[in-house]
Design a protein around this ligand. Structure first.
Ligand code: ATP
Ligand code: MG
Length: 582
């Protein structure tokens, strides 16, 4: 009954509420950053269960990372009373894994299959094809792209690698990350009875960040959707940033054709950012400003030119110090802010975004020197995967009882190994490993589940949303997040946009240039109240110190939206730490 849940759609504006309540057919919600897409998705699920009376298990939500799946689950729990059941909230990969556990054995997959990490697969492939480990790693990237896009191999070596990886997986009873989507698609396409059963399972499907879906994931979605599906694709084509990994924003257009009667709704109101931030970002992406900026213009963006990467990092640290404890005055006028304007800023309100993980070294040192705590997204391949896998291999031969007692000692031993590195990524990884292994010790997870959780993690998962620390994130890992104060560092031609040093790694097409621009757009639009862009006039770059010109993207921002600060050149650099990128 609608009564009693009147508050459900009340937290949405009229357009958002319309989209949340439109559950009678295929729907595309295409809208800009900060327009409340993710908020709408949460309320849509609650609406389906509480007001439409749909069983929670019949509702499937797909998010981009495990972390966002977890957040969605938590937010939903605050909207839905206990006992309302649990929605299926998944990433594509966790959905595929659940599918393979249910259907894999029937399709010839052994019941005790596991997910192998990249290093293990590279070692097996190198031995099988008689190539170097480095060559095998590159071939695995090609294999991954072929699997995600469904494209035929371009040459004999890639074809051999593709065939070998499948053969080795079958022999070793393992699957790789991409198989978690590829194999369910194959099973659904070849087993009509299985497909019919799964098509009845989910009556409502919502997918967030739809612009970064790849061809295989899209196919899985099609195969799982009942014919009269209420399927809702939510995203922003301007934020498509995973083309290099095979994602295809054209899925938006295909959706309109493949799901007959699909309607498109837009959300035109930006709730997240100040007017200056919204306007500057719109100029960068060249797609006009949203219909409605809900917040005042406030202060322009700051563009700070530092002498070098060390000075750039120092600027970030000193700016954080000077703003810390200061009152969040700019938050005034932000709808939904808990205490408009009078909440002191804390560490977790700051994020520093960069294009490549190598840029984090200088930032970490500067923050360490200033005593500012931080948390960092982990580079791929995930450092924690081999670590936890080793701990588990290790433990696998012991009895459950022995494991519970041996575990703390193993974790301490692992911490000892990490200490010399003195780095935040190692510590974050270890903290994550401790959580995982703790679940094993207390019996809330079994070993298989744990290995799977580790294997399903991506870079954005190694970042603790709750810790009161400054966030150091790659632009990719920052997707979907928001912070009152954001620094985008390295706004130079070569880093933003990134230029590839070797022909081998260079993306083939011009599309990559557009993707770099969209990535910068994603970075800018993470900021709610204050946005600092920084660049180094000179930095260590591919083995030598080089002056990199400012990012060409800056030219698209109107001068009145940018306050330029030029720091004086630095003298005497001789004994200073040097940071080298690539
Ligand atoms: P992105 O494209 O970056 O993922 P999004 O469209 O998913 O952005 P949300 O993260 O859902 O946007 O919302 C952005 C911010 O605006 C959040 O802080 C959210 O709580 C707030 N917001 C969204 N809609 C409203 C609303 N109707 N009233 C008040 N605040 C809102
Ligand atoms: Mg979102």
């Amino acid at each position: 009954a609608p009564s009693g849940h009147a508050g459900l759609l009340a937290g949405l504006d009229a357009d958002q509420a319309h989209a949340a309540a439109k559950v009678d057919g295929p729907l595309i919600v295409a809208a800009g950053p900060g327009s409340g897409k993710t908020r709408m998705l949460t309320h849509r699920l609650a609406h389906l269960i509480l007001e439409c009376g749909e069983p929670a298990e019949a509702c499937l939500a797909i998010t981009f990372t495990r972390r966002t799946a977890e957040e969605l689950r938590e937010r939903l729990a605050t909207l839905i009373p206990a006992g309302a059941g649990e929605c299926a909230i998944h990433t594509f990969h966790s959905l595929g894994l659940a599918f393979l556990h249910a259907e894999g054995p029937a399709a010839g997959l052994t019941a005790d299959f596991r997910i192998a990490d990249e290093r293990e697969r590279a070692t097996a492939l190198a031995a099988d094809l008689d190539v170097s480990h480095a060559r095998a790693m590159r071939l695995l990237k090609t294999v991954s792209l072929l699997k995600r896009t469904g494209a035929p191999p371009a040459d004999e070596e890639s074809a051999a690698a593709l065939a070998a990886s499948r053969r080795l997986g079958q022999a070793g009873k393992w699957v790789d990350f991409d198989d978690l989507v590829v194999l369910p698609v194959e099973i659904l396409e070849s087993a009509p009875a299985v497909a019919a059963r799964w098509r009845q399972r989910f009556r409502h499907i919502c997918i967030d960040e739809f612009q970064d879906v790849d061809a295989r994931q899209y196919r899985l979605l099609q195969l799982l959707s009942p014919s009269a599906a209420s399927i809702c694709a939510i995203g922003d084509p301007n934020q498509a940033i995973y083309g290099f990994r095979g994602a295809d924003a054209a899925c938006f257009a295909r959706f309109g054709q493949d799901f007959p009667g699909a309607r498109t709704l837009r959300l035109g109101r930006n709730y997240r950012s100040t007017g200056c931030i919204v306007s500057a970002a719109a100029q960068v992406i060249g797609d006009g400003t949203p219909d409605d900026i809900t917040r005042p213009m406030r202060e322009p963006l700051t563009l700070h030119a530092a002498a070098d990467e060390r000075a750039e990092a120092e600027f970030v640290a000193t700016t954080i110090e000077s703003l810390l404890g200061g009152h969040d005055m700019l938050a005034a006028g932000r709808k939904g802010a808990a205490h408009d304007g009078d909440r002191p800023l804390g560490f977790a309100d700051f994020a520093v975004l960069y294009r490549t993980d190598a840029q984090a070294a200088a930032l970490r040192d500067a923050l360490d020197r200033a005593g500012i705590p931080y948390k960092k997204s982990s580079p791929a391949p995930i450092a924690g995967q081999p670590l936890v896998a080793a701990l588990l291999d290790a433990l696998a031969r012991q009895s459950a009882e022995r494991r519970a007692t041996a575990l703390p000692a193993r974790i301490v031993a692992a911490a000892e190994q990490l200490r010399p590195e003195q780095n935040a990524a190692g510590q974050a990884t270890l903290a994550e490993a401790r959580n995982w292994l703790g679940a094993l010790a207390t019996g809330t997870a079994d070993e298989t589940q744990l290995r799977e959780q580790v294997a399903l993690s991506t870079e954005a998962d190694f970042w603790d949303a709750r810790a009161d620390r400054v966030s150091l994130l790659t632009m990719h890992a920052a997707k979907g997040l928001e912070f009152p104060v954001v620094f985008v560092v390295g706004v130079e031609d070569g880093l933003t946009p990134f230029s590839w040093g070797t022909a081998d790694a260079a993306p083939a097409d011009e599309g990559a240039a557009g993707e770099e621009r969209r990535l910068f757009y994603v970075a800018l639009t993470r900021a709610r109240d204050r946005l600092f862009l920084t660049r180094a006039r000179e930095r260590a770059w591919r083995g030598q110190r080089r002056a990199l010109p400012p990012s060409p993207f800056l030219r698209d921002i109107a001068p009145e939206l940018l306050r330029v600060q030029d720091a004086p050149p630095r003298k005497a650099r001789a004994e200073q730490q040097q940071y080298s990128l690539f």
